[in-house]
Write a protein that binds this ligand. Sequence first.
Ligand code: GLA
Length: 387
Amino acid sequence: MMTQQARLARISAEFQAIYGTPPSAIVRAPGRVDLMGSHTDYNMGFVMTMPIDRDTWLAVRPRDDREVHLRSHNLAGHSQFSLHEIKHDPQVEWSNYVRGVARFMPNESLVGFDGLIDSTVPFGSGLSSSAALEMATVAAFLHLGDLSMDPVQMAIIGQRAENEFVGVKTGILDQYSSALGQTGCALQLDCRHLTSEPIPIDRSLAVVICNTNFKRQLVGSEYDDRRAQCLEGVYILRQHDPTIEALRDVTVAQFAEFSAEMPPIIAKRCRFIIEENQRVQQLADALAANDQHTLWQLFADSYNGARDLFEISVPAMDAMIAAMRSAPGSVAARQTGAGFGGCMVALVEQERVAEFSAYVAQTYRATTQIEPEIYAVSASAGAGLLQ
Ligand code: GLA
């Protein structure tokens, strides 16, 4: 990867070439990797998430006509809109994340800007490239308007942009992670109360992304199906216990008692979520104690459940997990993001990351004929001005 200094020089020069003046500020927001807790967020449960040092930068300069003009270093097209009338851009789709955020920010105080985006979060690969752009946009509006905002509120605005403007019914995980990240720590997130605890990861462990480079397909419709199935489970369980509002509220024992009444597919989906929630809580202890046996088991159970119960794996992910599990230095391996392709995540002995990466790349390539990308990431701070 480029050094921060080289990236700064590049974005400044590019901004100057496009807009004729240098940017007045650069804001950034990180992508994220979830270490445990697949699809638990919209079930009001728990996630162990880690904001990463792959991030989205937005270089800006204020305008005095309340217009926003946008370009991207990574993606084609340019888009512009007025803060007086914020509509969809059906052509330049990436601009809709910025437009959506502008729609849900307190409008009177917003300042328009010329903006240039530069991202190192891979697009559509399960590391939250869209949330990083949303949170960078909130940070830009805050900076330019000399405003301040609680980071949880920033995350909620991003989620509204995604749900109500872009039209994807995701949970709060991605935006929360990008807004509230902390250097050097994972976050144990409670999606009902929108609170989190920092969880340090032992220095002897590296967090390694294994991108299958298998483009996610049907992820939108499959995602909506899973959401609906979880909700169906809640309706059935509520008939026994009306205090149940979400799968978060269901214990393993309660589930065992009533699961036979559920259509088998609904029971599989619910079981995964209920067990996954438990695993998030167990992971916090295992990380604190650097208990590698438990780390391995929790990650393995999570992947096996994602494959057999929640059914969000694809053959490329199965090939990747086999490579990750048998690689030198491998401590734990599982899926990340929504599933159906994209990135996976491993905990790896720090000194053996190079060996691990070479082995995984070679083994995965030999099985799938796809070239993967393998790299270590570290926990990064949440959205704000570039430091
Ligand atoms: C996507 C969504 C999140 C979350 C994950 C699965 O990343 O945007 O809200 O549901 O999938 O855990």
